[in-house]
Ligand binder design. Structure first.
Ligand code: ADP
Length: 687
């Protein structure tokens, strides 16, 4: 992953972790109690739901019960209504004087209409039976048991009727029948009066069973079981449907009749086994189930969240460890330039706490005051949306104690999850240590070069002594000649001229010797490394005396070809002179073999490119030596690689370093038919 990628990743994390951290802080203290809270919640919700369903059931039951009570009350009033209508029908018969022949058909008609009547009797005031009629719809009632045996209830009813001067009912009694069964019956006694005088009684025997079936059956018997019951619960008569497997609701009401009171019981059978007896219960149950489903889903979700939280916490811990151990300083800025994040390494680097930096805008506390203007401009350029170079740029920051230190800053746009730029993320590397090492290596390089120069000089010492011999010998011979001339008193004017000439020669030779020594001195003297504009010709001139020394010894002809109108080059002249000297010396030594007859060394200087004005100046050193074999070529620039008995093997490696420091490259290639060309380029010194 690239550093910029890492920076983006870190910054994305940074925001996410902040949110998660605050969430976790809120939720973690509850962690232990969370389970019991959930259990309590689930328990409570379940209890509420069960209660709701139960209450809904209860409500429904009470509704049914109320409905039943209402039905029963209606049934009672219906019953009383029918009975009083029957009484009225009987009373209607009294308007005419009693004649059995006429009475009987009318009674039979009434018996046919009223199925609950078993028998109607006409009795006189002395309780003698004058006429009677049994219901044509069924057999005679008093068959198994004689009427005389069961007259007691009728008698009592008539006593009461006489007293009340109105219809009266007897209490009920059981009447066995010839089919082995029996029926529960009740007597109605209606006093027959004429002009206020009691004339007779009309006694109607009711079947309780038929009374229920006829009077209430069609209306209330479909959904209910109707019965007359004794106070102890004994059923006297039953009518209506009986559906099994249903919940029974019971309602009892008194049927208050003159002379007797019946207890009517209605057993309503409603759908008890139904899970959803009515819409309300169904609704509540449905909602409860939905609620439980939602709770189950919520619990699952909570569990997933919990897992995500713990995963995030783990990732957070890892991220934190990573963030703390990072040595690269990280700094995030928003689009306005305000610092939104710094990592511990950055704080350590600049010596400020994160709290003191976050939210700060330009000028930053770690900017050296003298650089504020420049940095502010740089920030403005950045905020305008200009992406800095990918490889980063160097800058200088200031620690809290005022110490300046160099840094390498790699900055990249901060892109949010939505793909929008939200700011800038920068990685800051303290490069002061790197700088110190570079400085050390530069110093040692310089020392090495000085040593190499001295070695070159040492090598040339013998050449020097030889070279100096010539002028010194010439000086000596001129001096001797002059002395001899001055000793001859004859030839004064001629002699003086000769002496003058000899002294001039002496001066010339002495100057020549001085120049030789100076050229060596100049070369050896260590000058500060400094770049300056230098004419290429001057570089060649500087090395020419030393080069010529060797050339003369090895019988090499040196040609220098400097193109006209070359611009000055920007270089450290001492260094470049040494490079030229090294290359020339190597070339001459390569030609120092017996088989090499044509010993010519060419130093050429020209424009590097024919068109480009600022392409630089190219220096080539060409020899006609034996050339460089592949195995030598492979190690040519390695320090201490040499093929010469007295060589040090440092020359070319130093040459290459120097040329590279000048932004160029030292190259070589074979020369046809033989020999080698070494080539390098120096930049043109601009105004
Ligand atoms: P040194 O001259 O002390 O040996 P250098 O680094 O200058 O060290 O050269 C290394 C080797 O490269 C030499 O020993 C020689 O074999 C080879 N070399 C350098 N220049 C030439 C050249 N012009 N022709 C052939 N061989 C060369």
């Amino acid at each position: 992953m690239t550093l910029i990628g890492a920076i983006r990743l870190m910054s994305g994390w940074h925001r996410l972790i902040k949110q998660v951290r605050s969430k976790l802080d809120e939720s973690l203290p509850w962690g232990s109690g969370r389970r019991s809270l959930w259990t309590a919640l689930i328990g409570l919700v379940l209890a509420v739901l069960v209660t709701l369903v139960w209450l809904a059931g209860r409500y429904e039951a009470s509704q049914v019960q109320a409905e039943l009570e209402h039905d029963t009350a209606n049934a009672v009033s219906d019953l009383r209504g029918s009975l009083s209508r029957q009484v009225q029908a009987l009373q209607a018969l009294q308007s005419e004087p009693f004649a059995p022949a006429e009475w009987q058909p009318k009674i039979l008609e009434l018996l046919r209409d009223n199925r609950d009547w078993l028998r109607v009797e006409w009795r006189d005031t002395s309780w003698q039976l004058q006429a009677f009629a049994d219901s044509p719809l069924r057999g005679p009632v008093f068959e198994r048991m004689a009427r005389s045996e069961v007259l007691n209830e009728a008698n009592q009813a008539c006593q009461r009727a006489k007293r009340l001067n109105g219809p009266a009912f007897s209490s009920t009694y059981f009447l066995p029948r010839s089919d082995g069964l029996g029926i529960e019956v009740m007597e109605l006694c209606l006093p027959v009066t004429q002009t206020g005088e009691l004339m007779a009684y009309m006694v109607v025997t009711y079947s309780l069973q038929e009374l229920l079936t006829e009077r209430l059956g069609p209306t209330f018997g479909r959904n209910n079981e109707l019965s007359f019951v004794e106070p102890d619960g004994t059923r006297l008569a039953i009518a209506g449907t009986q559906r099994g497997e249903q919940r029974v609701f019971t309602s009892q009401q008194l049927v208050d009749l003159p002379g007797n009171t019946l207890l009517l019981r209605m057993d309503g059978r409603r759908g008890k086994p139904d899970l959803f007896p009515n819409v309300l219960t169904a609704l509540v149950t449905g909602m409860s189930m939905a609620l439980i489903t939602v709770m189950v889903l919520l619990t699952k979700d909570a569990r997933r969240r919990q897992k995500a939280e713990s995963d995030l916490a783990e990732a957070l811990a890892f991220r934190k460890a990573m963030e703390d151990s990072l040595v690269t300083g990280l700094r995030a800025r928003d689009l306005q330039g305000c610092i939104t994040y710094v990592n511990p390494a950055f704080c350590q680097m600049v010596g400020w706490e994160a709290e003191a930096l976050i939210g700060k805008n330009a000028p930053m506390p770690y900017w050296p005051p003298e650089m504020v203007d420049e940095y502010q401009q740089r920030q403005a350029i950045r905020m305008a949306g200009n992406v800095p170079p990918r490889e980063g740029f160097e800058s200088v920051f200031m620690r809290q104690d005022g110490e300046r230190f160099p840094v390498l800053i790699i900055e990249a746009p901060l892109i949010s999850v939505q793909g929008e730029q939200t700011g800038w993320m920068g990685a800051v590397i303290d490069i002061s240590e790197q700088r110190r090492i570079e400085e050390l290596s530069r110093a040692s390089q310089e020392r090495l070069q000085a040593t190499a120069r001295l070695a070159t000089v040492g090598e040339m010492a013998s050449l020097l002594s030889h070279e100096l011999n010539q002028p010194l010998a010439a000086i000596a011979s001129y001096a001797n000649g002059s002395l001899n001339l001055l000793q001859d008193p004859q030839a004064v004017p001629q002699t003086l001229d000769d002496v003058h000439m000899a002294l001039r020669r002496i001066a010339e030779q002495a100057e020549r010797a001085g120049r030789v020594i100076n050229s060596v001195h100049d070369f050896v003297r260590r000058r500060d490394q400094s770049r300056e504009p230098v004419q290429p010709q001057a570089l060649l001139d500087a090395v020419a005396p030393l080069m010529n020394l060797q050339a003369r010894k090895l019988q090499v002809r040196v040609h220098m070809r400097v193109a006209a109108g070359l611009p000055p080059v920007w270089c450290d002249r001492t260094m470049v002179e040494q490079v030229l000297l090294n290359l020339a010396r190597n070339g001459m030594q390569a030609m120092d073999v017996p088989q090499c007859r044509d010993r010519v060394l060419v130093l050429q200087v020209q424009r590097a490119g024919p068109h480009a004005e600022d392409a630089g100046v190219e220096f080539t050193v060409t020899d006609l030596g034996e050339g460089i074999g592949p195995e030598v070529a492979a190690q040519l620039f390695n320090p201490f690689f040499t093929t010469k008995a007295e060589g040090m093997g440092l020359g070319l490696s130093l040459c290459r370093t120097v040329i590279e420091q000048h932004g160029g490259q030292l190259e070589f290639e074979a020369q046809t038919p033989k020999g080698t060309v070494f080539r390098f380029t120096l930049p043109v010194a601009t105004a």
